[in-house]
Write a protein that binds this ligand. Structure first.
Ligand code: MSP
Length: 512
């Protein structure tokens, strides 16, 4: 049976335009989804928008637009961003869709039926910006001396009737989950933080609000709308048509991977598994928290005017250079800074020089000296076998990196082979062999073509558009681009198209 793989991005709040931070998690999830598809797995990749809650309601009011009209427009903008970044989602869920509302209410009912929800009154701190309740001891002093959430968000004192979820009952079960499944939450820094948060003791969680209307009504009590995080987390099930266990997608539960930003790890690794346990459902296999981006050393903010729309970067640098940079710059899971200088450097050094030149040199030698025809694969020298051996292990090597969300390490594995390929071409010097030993020159070029095919195949998840072009130039048919297809070498005799550069060098324009 084909292995199933279910991967999700967070669903994005529709209170503003998408920026590079949003694109980041989606690109990472896209790489994982594409990698599993190429491995022959049955993949379901979900993204979407989180459209309820007080924050969105207020943003709509500020824009003087009805909430539905407001969320329709911004959700469409997020979908456009996903398409522009070549995010290969299988479904785009919106929490205002009837299918989601129905599922979220079914989940609530199931949790309530287990006795884990009771009616009380909430009195305490709430940070609207985080849509999160905080206890007094979590608060810090802001620059103006006022109380702030640990994230820096302003807090307000809230007092209203509320349904509560018995989170305190789940402390031991959660700690047991973390202990028996250390891979459940990554990276280690997020894991340590969460374990200590849970060990400090969990209070029951307020899961409904009565002071505004823009949300999903609590089943059986219309005066309450669900807490936006209960509503939002349910999206991972509503896209599978929960609670219909006969639905074709139902078999994708439990999710294999929820990719999230580090700021929302708590919701995914504490609240979400507790809700699921209460509902008698399996918990996800893994939650992985990525770090945050700053821009030229500064936090992105509207007031600084440095919020970067990923589509603008793509316009300037090309999609794959941007996708590559974001995943290459810092080990996945850590924080990082986006600077023009390093983006240009990565593009020029690693894409244009290392990979682009290796490909261009090989293909132009084949065009000039072999009439553009793929030469025969003949007996291999020790050096040939060594390089091809490094290529052959890449899919498995990368699969184990991707399993632990070490996306940057997976890229580094490929770059080691690219560097080895460059050392090989320099050492073999096929341009010189042309005059001394034409047969050996052809053998060397064949080894290089096979090496490049392996490299381009495993890089498809990271840079889908340019690797598509590279594989076409290497004479690899669409049906020959999976990992399994690498077991069969290309037949000799195919004519290759005229070589064209894949990664242009970026030259900074002089200011006018
Ligand atoms: N709606 C919730 C998620 C619900 S999931 C059931 C939410 N939305 S969000 O739009 O505020 O954030 C979505 C994601 O964007 C989060 O994973 C967050 O970490 C990420 N980022 C927002 N700004 C970011 C950076 N500057 N850098 C990296 N990621 C950042 O939270």
């Amino acid at each position: 049976m084909t292995a199933r793989f279910y991967v999700t991005t967070p669903i994005y709040y529709v209170n503003g335009a998408p920026h590079i931070g949003h694109a980041y998690t989606s690109i990472a999830a896209d790489v994982v989804a594409r990698f599993h598809r190429l491995s022959g797995h049955d993949v379901f990749f979900l993204t979407g928008t989180d459209e309820h809650g007080q924050k969105v309601e207020q943003a709509a009011q500020a824009a003087d637009v009805a909430p539905k009209e407001f969320v329709d427009a911004i959700s469409a903008n997020f979908r456009d961003m996903a398409d522009a970044m070549a995010i290969s989602y299988d479904d785009f869920i919106r929490t205002t869709e009837p299918r989601h509302i129905k599922s979220a209410q079914a989940l609530w009912q199931k949790v309530a039926d287990s006795g884990a929800i009771y009616l009380g009154a909430y009195e305490g701190w709430y940070a609207l910006r985080d849509e999160c309740f905080y206890s007094e001891d979590e608060l810090v002093a802001g620059p103006d001396g006022t109380k702030r959430a640990p994230t820096g968000a302003p807090v307000e004192w809230v007092k209203e009737p509320s349904y509560f979820f018995r989170l305190s009952d789940y402390q031991d079960k959660l700690l047991e989950l973390y202990e028996t499944h250390p891979e459940f939450l990554g990276p280690n820094s997020a894991n340590r933080e969460l374990v200590s948060f849970v060990k400090q003791g969990l209070r029951d969680l307020s899961v409904s609000r009565t002071s505004f209307k823009w949300g999903i009504p609590v089943p059986g009590d219309d005066a309450h709308v669900m807490y936006v995080w209960f509503d939002a987390l349910a999206n991972y099930l509503s896209a599978l048509d929960y609670p219909n266990t006969d639905a074709p997608r139902a078999a994708f539960w439990p999710a294999n991977l929820h990719l999230v930003g580090k700021d929302i790890a708590r919701f995914h690794a504490v609240y979400w598994p507790a809700f699921l346990m209460a509902a008698g459902l399996e918990v996800p296999r893994k939650v992985f928290a990525n770090g945050w981006w700053t821009v030229e050393g500064e936090k992105m903010s509207k007031s600084l005017g440095n919020v970067i729309d990923p589509r603008d970067l793509v316009q300037e640098f090309g999609l794959d250079a941007v996708r590559f940079f974001l995943l290459r710059e810092v080990p996945f899971g850590g924080d990082s800074d986006l600077s023009r200088k390093s983006l240009i450097m990565r593009n020029n050094v690693e894409l244009a020089n290392d990979l682009g030149n290796l490909c261009q040199r090989t293909l132009s030698l084949v065009a000039r000296n072999c009439d553009g025809i793929i030469p025969e694969r003949r007996e291999l020298t020790e050096e040939d076998s060594k390089l091809l051996g490094q290529v052959a292990v890449l899919p498995n090597l990368m699969a184990s990196q991707i399993e632990r969300c070490a996306l940057t390490d997976a890229l580094e594995d490929v770059w080691k082979v690219i560097r080895a390929g460059n050392a090989y071409i320099d050492h073999q010097a096929p341009w010189a062999l042309r005059k001394t030993d034409v047969e050996r020159m052809k053998d060397v070029l064949r080894v290089l073509l096979d090496t490049l095919r392996g490299i381009a195949t495993v890089l498809q998840p990271f840079m889908p558009q340019s690797m598509d072009r590279m594989l076409t130039q290497l004479g690899v048919e669409t049906a020959e681009r999976s990992f399994a297809a690498l077991d069969v070498i290309l037949p000799a005799g195919r004519t290759l198209p005229a070589p064209q550069g894949i990664f242009p060098r970026y030259v900074e324009q002089a200011p006018e």
